[in-house]
Design a protein around this ligand. Structure first.
Ligand SMILES: [Zn+2]
Length: 119
């Protein structure tokens, strides 16, 4: 059984994602948070990790949005999502805090040209 990566639907040639994120850890790779989307990169159908190093169970599941776009035949759409994770409470305090990172992203879907299927 092939359990590697989720595959794009057969009508989709490819997809890209452009992102920018607000919150903790966003600049830890040296790039400054900006108001604009970064350059698009190929979309992989996996959870995009949250940049907050204290974040647990976080990350952004773009696959669901992607599949809705394909179903509605949209080529481009922008989203804003809060990270669903939480921060570990320091020193065993019982209250943990929600992760407050916000992830903005723009999905672009490239469809295969309509072909006359020979059936
Ligand atoms: Zn997070």
């Amino acid at each position: 059984m092939d359990r590697s990566k989720p595959k794009f639907p057969p009508t989709v040639k490819g997809a890209t994602i452009a992102t920018h994120e607000f919150g903790k850890g966003v600049d830890r790779f040296g790039h400054v948070p900006s108001e604009s989307f970064g350059s698009p990169r190929p979309l992989t159908l996996s959870i995009i990790p949250c940049s907050n190093i204290d974040c647990r169970s976080g990350g952004y599941d773009v696959e669901g949005e992607f599949r809705i776009m394909v179903r509605e035949k949209l080529t481009e759409k922008e989203f804003s999502r809060f990270c669903p994770g939480y921060e570990d409470s320091p020193k065993g305090r019982r209250i943990s805090n929600r992760c407050l990172n916000i992830f903005h992203y723009r999905l672009t879907v490239i469809y295969k040209p309509e072909t006359s299927t020979t059936q």
